[in-house]
Design a protein around this ligand. Structure first.
Ligand SMILES: Nc1ncnc2c1ncn2[C@@H]1O[C@H](COP(=O)(O)OP(=O)(O)O)[C@@H](O)[C@H]1O
Ligand SMILES: [Mg+2]
Length: 155
């Protein structure tokens, strides 16, 4: 069943808080959790992921991996958090990074910024969030959860 949810946040803290809730949910999943983020520069993707990382128990500070393509962090329950930034790459570049293996491992939680650039590599079961800029402090988040992974419990 196709599920879609529209969220408007009025501050970075609010965006982080929603991210954290998604993180708690991701941690409870037994399979790979894949979160695909879309939207322009400054729309709040990294801010969201800072909260998300907190929710999955990452202790280090999450910073944008734009120049590194991805960063790996240790999360709770022996899970790994892979944070990709596809701003400078294309889908075909991911093969070199062992992307397929990363996506196959159930202990991995993966989030991709600039998913537009690697659309053909985004798994069908990914939870997708489309970010947009409304005003200085307001952002819109459209959540698409075709796999019903969030179980309608994400707010
Ligand atoms: N409601 C909001 N949600 C998220 N970020 C916000 C919000 N309001 C203002 N901001 C600011 O917008 C910027 C978002 O940047 P960032 O999260 O790095 O975006 P992206 O990763 O999409 O480029 C930050 O400077 C943040 O403080
Ligand atoms: Mg970013």
């Amino acid at each position: 069943m196709k599920k879609e949810k529209n969220i408007i946040t009025a501050s970075p803290a609010e965006t982080k808080k929603i991210g954290k809730k998604f993180g708690r949910k991701a941690l409870s999943r037994k399979e790979t959790f894949f979160l695909a983020l879309y939207g322009n520069l400054g729309s709040g993707k990294t801010t969201f992921l800072k909260g998300f990382a907190e929710g999955i128990g990452v202790k280090e500070e999450v910073t944008s991996p734009t120049f590194l393509i991805y960063k790996k962090y240790k999360a709770e329950d022996e899970k790994n958090f892979y944070h990709f930034d596809a701003y400078r790459i294309e889908g075909k570049d991911l093969a070199l990074l062992g992307f397929e293996k990363i996506v196959e491992e159930p202990k991995n939680i993966i989030a991709t910024e600039w998913s537009e650039n690697i659309e053909e590599k985004i798994p069908q079961k990914a939870v997708k969030i489309f970010f947009s800029f409304l005003s200085l402090k307001k952002r819109r988040l459209i959540v698409e959860d075709d796999g019903g992974i969030m179980n309608g419990s994400f707010l």
